[in-house]
Design a protein around this ligand. Structure first.
Ligand code: SF4
Length: 283
């Protein structure tokens, strides 16, 4: 039995509650704010605008900003490259969602660049369906959209868009793709996957060094293989649960703990370094 097979039952159980914690941007589709499906050409356009602003921990702010801009511009949001830069800059400032001034200053350029991209590639659904593979699409997204990760090793913004697209529509190319790998994934690697690590053993929270030999290619390959082993039909489903592992946020201090409803029902508690602290409180 491989490590992934050994972990599979626990990961499946751990992942299940995250179905109820989708990205906030999808609320806009569920509530009818966006009058089209997330998997349609327009829906994928919204997801690309959102993903271009992605940074871990900033999903809610980016979602609020895209919703505010859609409220202001409607379907003209797909033509932001045709409105004056200053108008868009003022709307981004008025949206008030992004606290970081340097990030806010980049946003008009990013969104206009995404709209330029729409014109170059045409309908996004067709563009994704016709891809020989999605690694090719990652390189195109990063190469053509401003601040999308041209020089990034992991290219997580582009991978994040393709993760959203896979969840919204499902594409054959998604079966063999490598999803974003973030800090939660690296913590999970150290606690549950790292060679030589005694599984189920305790380590002190915060000692997550020692991943220097775990280079980008190996990270992507490791989690792509794990995702396919746990979710052979829908490998993209592994991203949110692993991304949330010991990541701050939510009503119960960590996103994973919020989704599980505490550490006591969590199937990973026998290997998680934070569990003893929380289990003592949950008695
Ligand atoms: S902190 Fe709690 S909920 Fe999160 S992985 Fe550890 S045991 Fe599970």
């Amino acid at each position: 039995m491989t490590l992934a097979e050994d972990l599979r039952p626990r990961l499946l159980e751990y992942a299940a509650p995250f179905d109820n914690h989708p990205p906030e941007i999808l609320d806009g589709f569920r509530k009818g704010v966006f009058p089209f499906e997330a998997g349609s050409d327009k829906g994928l356009g919204i997801l690309l605008l959102f993903a271009a602003l992605y940074r871990p921990g900033g999903e809610s702010a980016a979602s609020r900003l895209i919703l505010a801009l859609y409220g202001r511009f409607g379907n003209e949001i797909f033509k932001l490259n045709r409105i004056p830069f200053e108008t868009l800059r003022d709307e981004v400032e008025a949206g008030g969602a992004l606290a970081d001034a340097a990030e806010r200053a980049r946003v008009p350029g990013i969104l206009r660049s995404v709209c330029d991209f729409f014109y170059r590639v045409g309908p996004l659904k067709t563009w994704l369906e016709k891809a020989p593979d999605w690694e090719t699409r990652v390189l195109e997204l990063c190469g053509e959209i401003y601040w999308m990760g041209r020089h990034s090793v992991m290219k997580n913004k582009a991978r994040y868009f393709l993760w959203l697209a896979a969840g919204a529509h499902g594409f054959p190319q998604a079966r063999d793709f490598a999803w974003p790998v973030g800090e939660g994934h690296l913590r999970f690697y150290v606690d549950f996957l790292k060679p030589g690590r005694k599984r189920g053993g305790r380590i002190v929270a915060g000692t997550y060094g020692g991943t220097s030999s775990f280079d980008a290619e190996k990270r992507l390959r490791t989690f792509a293989e794990l995702s396919r082993a746990v979710f052979p039909e829908e490998p993209w489903k592994s991203f949110t649960p692993l991304d949330a592992y010991l990541r701050r946020g939510g009503t119960l201090h960590y996103r994973c703990r919020t989704a599980q409803g505490g550490c006591r029902p969590c199937p990973l508690s026998a290997g998680c370094p934070a569990a003893p602290h929380f289990l003592a409180m949950e008695k």
